[in-house]
Write a protein that binds this ligand. Sequence first.
Ligand code: 13P
Length: 267
Amino acid sequence: MSKTKRINPRRPLVAGNWKMHRTASDTKVLIEDIVKRVDRVANIDLVVCPPFTSLAAAHETLGRHSILALGAQTMHSSKEGAFTGEISGPMLREFGVRYVILGHSERRQYDNETNEKVAAKAIAAISYHLRPIVCVGETLTQREAGETTAIIDTQIHTSLAGFPVDQIEELVVAYEPVWAIGTGKVATPTQANQVHRQIRKLLVKMFGDPGASIRIIYGGSVKPENAVDLMAEPDIDGALVGGASLDARAFFDIIEATRPARPNVND
Ligand code: 13P
């Protein structure tokens, strides 16, 4: 791929998915603790994704020009309507949200977030200037049955169907093997990188050369102790961190582990 076609330098990205943790007042405390630590961190994109009810507190605590960007954990694909309990892209934008996690395995499992719904949400997110973090990953049963490649293939093709190629630099893909989420069983760096490489090939097939520039981050029991080895892999561009992102020190250590391993290629 020629240099001029490279529209995204695959700058490392670390995102914290807080899931259903932290009230608004707890959010303020955690955000302040994280900001204090990451104040001088450069050459990396940092995102925190608190629950909806904490977004206002997070936004207010961060201020306008923070190094930490705000993300949401899901959204509806419509702008508004009779969808009880749902939140739309424009509603998120009002709180300074820049990223949105879509198709997380917990939402796929408990809330019927199908590949088709993820595709509609990803297209909607882009139209509201939100960067989608689209999650894919196989279960343990699927891995043991040798189905990982086929499952990832289907998830990528269907969840990103119709995604506008001219917005590809806004897209982030997260590989989160379901068996590694919240279990302490992390994928080995080689296992993870193999799937990341497969995903990159699929993205190039779908979107042409620009597909190679999409950031692919790893999630599933990322901790300070395993982050250095994972992030040193050539196709792993960052981390989507669950449990460890609720501890400012651990989150910071993961950020530090990611940054020197994958400096911005434009630097
Ligand atoms: P853990 O880091 O707690 O395993 O969670 C990973 C995850 O689901 C991030 O989205």
